[in-house]
Design a protein around this ligand. Sequence first.
Ligand code: ARG
Length: 573
Amino acid sequence: MGSLEELLRQRLAGAFENVAGVPVDPAFRRSQHADFQSDAALGLARRLRANPRDLATRIVAEASLGDLCDSVEVSGPGFINLTVSNTVLASMVSEVSRDDRLGVSTVEPETVVVDYSAPNAAKEMHVGHLRSTIIGDAAVRLLEWLGHQVVRQNHLGDWGTPFGMLIEHLLDVGETEAAHELSVGDLNGFYTEARRKFDGSADFQERSRRRVVLLQNGDEATLRLWRLLVTESKQYFMTVYAQLEVRLAEGDFAGESAYNAALAPVIDELRRLGLLRDSQGADCVFPEGFTNRAGEPLPLIVRKRDGGFGYATTDLAAVRHRVQDLKATRLLYVVGLPQRQHLEMVFAVAAEAGWLAPPARAAHIGFGSVLGADGKVLRSRAGGTIKLVALLDEALERAARLIAEKNPDLDADTRAEVARAVGIGAVKYADLSTDRGKDYVFDFARMLSFDGNTAPYLQYAHARIQSIFRKGGLTPNRDGRLIQVTEPAERALVIELLGFPAVVNEVAQTLEFHRLAGYLYGLSTTFTAFYERCPVLKAEGIVRDSRLVLCDLTARVLAQGLDLLGITAPQRM
Ligand code: ARG
């Protein structure tokens, strides 16, 4: 079943194309003046030097929307105003209310790799990793729900020169103590101490350098210590993921070290393809189209002067693996915006090498920073990296206090459950409801507010609908035969409900989750207006039944939409 908006847009687009002879975007949107409006005839008239009203009238005639609309009007200088018929609204919303998928069809499945979270072993996760984890989890949920084959890849930073210093520090403090520090999540303490010694002692530096060589040469004793660092860190990260209720599992770690054996072959192939160039002793690729400010070609360094491979080489090996072995056709990289150029260059080199060729394509799902109240990148009071777990703990504590205040009658278990859903939900929603390209301010008071575009507001809207059914002692009727749509507030709600598939499909392309969040917020405010104007439990007969179906459907769309964002919608709050 096509959604209402898609249906209308297609019809109108067809009419525009027939009249203009070329495809025209009907610029079709919701409107104050009718249900939907298109102003595309104005622009087209300018291009064709035609009278816009005449043109609009011809398009309207061509579109023959009589089966869907009660009125199709040309207004003002040439706007096309559509008012959908109540019967069409009623029959479409009835169909959706019977549908477990709420009108959203499954798609032609594709294998999608989502590269997200990707913290660094023996180093605290920072808010950038938090954003990546939250956005990546939403991407995974949405794409899986649409029927795609999703492969989660947690590109853990578990290799490279810092491990020389980390292993030496581990030997200094002793294995048991090191394992303890890491497993309780004192990654910052461990890393900072190692770094301090490295910066302060030539002897320690020398030991660290020798250790890196041992590690790279596969010395078994060194590898064992390295494994210990990585394993303990992974276990700690798993506790953070559990706290966040994201779908990342132990088996989704595909750390940088996993590509070690593939690095030399990657270089060999680049050389064979004639793509390698020497630049001051380093092996580089200069992908087409990348220049520095002075206009000189930019290198992607794939082998350093000292012979070592780096971050870029690993990413090239990862692209190759994802396309060739995992058979992915869509690669999504949920990584902060500062790495845009790195990733674009990796994609370009992979394309030049033929590893990334249609239908396979890669996209950087970039995001901005998380700021503190001072407008600067979020830091702890002492000025260091903020501990993610501390942030989440605080969200949970505040949510628990809030719920205890709002609803003291809830039993302890339910209260704890609701506090979890609200606390974690608020953190996730604050992130997902802002345009990911922008920075956002991490503000507990705002994200936990019951007013405005927040998780608690939406969760509360959902729980309130559930309470209508509880109060009435009713179970929602989902046979979909009863719906009647007449009142303006009712029509507005139905049109909103029918808009869910279009938003979901759009977000599956753009991964701009703030559009889904905005949709859910709009749906709840539309519902509130409906509930104020249209009595539900006090209505009678078919009107009451119809309105109950609309209430239930609103709750289902809210719960499903929140679930796609990784947020739980409790039954009561
Ligand atoms: N570990 C990296 C960091 O903390 C992020 C890795 C992103 N993924 C990738 N394939 N490069 O910055």
